[in-house]
Design a protein around this ligand. Sequence first.
Ligand code: 0PR
Length: 366
Amino acid sequence: MHNQGCSEEEIFSFLSLKRAEDTSHDYILSSMCTVPHPIAVKAHDMFMETNLGDPGLFKGTADIEQALVQRLGTLFHGPDACGYATSGGTESNIQALRMAKACKKKHRPNVVLPESVHFSFRKACDMLGIDMHTVPLDAEYRMDAGAAEKAIDKDTCCIVGVAGTTEYGMIDPIRELGEMAGDHDLFFHVDAAFGGMVIPFLDHHKPFDFLVPEVSSLAVDPHKMGMSTIPAGCLLVREKEMLCALSIDTPYLSVKQEFTLGGTRPGGPVAGALAVLDYLGMEGMQAVVQGCMKNTWRLIDGMETFGFARVVTPDVNVATFNPPGKIPLPWRVSCTRKGHLRIVCMPHVHRDIIEKFLRDIGESNA
Ligand code: 0PR
């Protein structure tokens, strides 16, 4: 720490230098986050000093959080779902497994989840002392329902399905998994951190949300396809008692109990998330999502003409290719655990960016 403070000019010239070292979104094809919508930024700015961790002091902000839960619950066919704004998919998934462990008491609890599950579940299981029963995928990179059934045993407390997998953009067979969860009396969590802000806006899709009666909870991240500022996640829960299983006493706060994982929680991104949903409405979100899907198909088409075959036809805007090929700088793509080239067509990845990328790929791999 400096003994004496620096001038504003010094600080900001340092910060600008560092910021310029960050990759421009014009070249980021690997991310599930995007440039926030200007409406989200404006809303976020208004709520800079709000703290949802002490909702009695910030009643208006707390109302906004509840409105977000209500808006998203309704979108996911659970208008009465409860929940709260998390810091993102990792926190939502940790909390879902905490609920499962608390609600379905087992001697040595385990969770049945697909090989494609996000690594946040490894953190959650490590912290909670839950064993992972990992289930292989079928030929289309979806959780193999038959194998899932076999992985359930007397200590299974939870089954997890993913709606929009991180690496291949696939939706697991949620309906079948739900029936299994019902038959074995399991908690059923759907990780729709990415897909939750995509799937409802597609023309056709299979049920993945509270429409499936056995779904207990669902994770969705407005800071991904919801174009909010970071960090904005949301955990939605079918029954209040499940969430209350996480309650602990908070004697000196304005509310006497809380079920959140975080204590101090930002109101800004939550206001941002709600503002985007309300500003765009169904039609606006459909336009954004369908634009991303069109770009995904154009990318797949273009890559295939250069000899990069799609690994699978995705359900959401994540495209994967084989062979991984040579990717010229400054493009930033990612590589899946199986070694496939992976590109996420987020809202900032406009059509002209795709065309530019395709030209560069064509030249580098000619
Ligand atoms: N569940 C799914 C299905 C996810 O894809 C992710 C993150 C999470 C949970 C965890 O969400 P949080 O990271 O918000 O806690 N998926 C991306 C990934 O790990 C996150 C990401 C975003 C990574 C932008 C890089 C990046 O530039 O790949």
